[in-house]
Design a protein around this ligand. Structure first.
Ligand SMILES: [Zn+2]
Length: 218
């Protein structure tokens, strides 16, 4: 397995725990036991990070887990698992942090759709800054109507190399956030640029599905 260098970026124990719990849910306990063993983190499944906000979980360990998921389940299978785990992690983050950080809550039907999507993406940005060293920027392109989410110091692909973007987990997070905050509308979420594929940051395009943009499937 590829060894991932440590760059000093970390996330909170609680955030790592929520990600691992989502991965166990989608890949099964035995599957994740195998992944963690191969990633050099054999004890992790029986000894999940504690439920506290100390920023002690190294991004390189998360990257090693997602890299090994790819090695065991193949690129298509691991994409699908990571995407689902990202969706589930947003649900559990909103349960865990939503009230504290004043994000989440019920969708408000009276506000325009653009504002709902802004609110969902801003919620993810705010939560990720609270729980990890990754830097997230948002941009709404008024002309095309699309949103761009830029992630630096990404814990999913740090130190990895790939011909194609690998951050399906983050795609799943963004997908779930805009789904929940828009009141159930589906958007296209696609990683266009990835640090693992040579980008200076991971960049995600979020847009309303249009006939000329067939739905993106994982
Ligand atoms: Zn990436």
């Amino acid at each position: 397995m590829t060894s991932i260098p440590r760059l000093g970026h970390r996330c909170s124990n609680q955030y790592a725990r929520l990600i691992l719990q989502s991965l166990i849910e989608v890949a099964g306990e035995n599957g994740m036991r195998a992944v963690c063993r191969l990633a050099g983190l054999a004890a992790l499944i029986d000894d999940l990070p504690p439920e506290n906000e100390a920023r002690e979980f190294d991004h390189s360990d998360l990257a090693a887990i997602f890299q090994t998921l790819n090695e065991i389940f193949g690129s298509h299978g691991s994409r699908s698992l990571a995407f689902k785990a990202g969706q589930m992690t947003v649900v559990s983050m909103l349960e865990t942090y939503g009230a504290n950080f004043e994000v989440g809550g019920q969708p408000q039907p009276e506000i325009p759709m653009d504002e709902k999507v802004d609110k969902g993406l801003e919620g993810v940005r705010f939560m990720l800054h609270q729980v990890s060293d990754q830097q997230v920027d948002l941009m709404h392109d008024e002309t095309s109507g699309a949103w761009w989410v830029k992630v630096r110091d990404c814990p999913i692909c740090q130190g990895r190399e790939s011909a194609e973007p690998v951050c399906a987990f983050t795609e799943g997070m963004l997908d779930q956030a805009v789904f929940q905050f828009s009141g159930g509308s589906k958007f296209q979420v696609r990683e266009m640029d990835c640090i693992a594929a040579g980008g200076d940051a991971c960049r995600f395009l979020v847009q309303i599905p249009k006939p000329e943009n067939p739905p993106f499937t994982v």
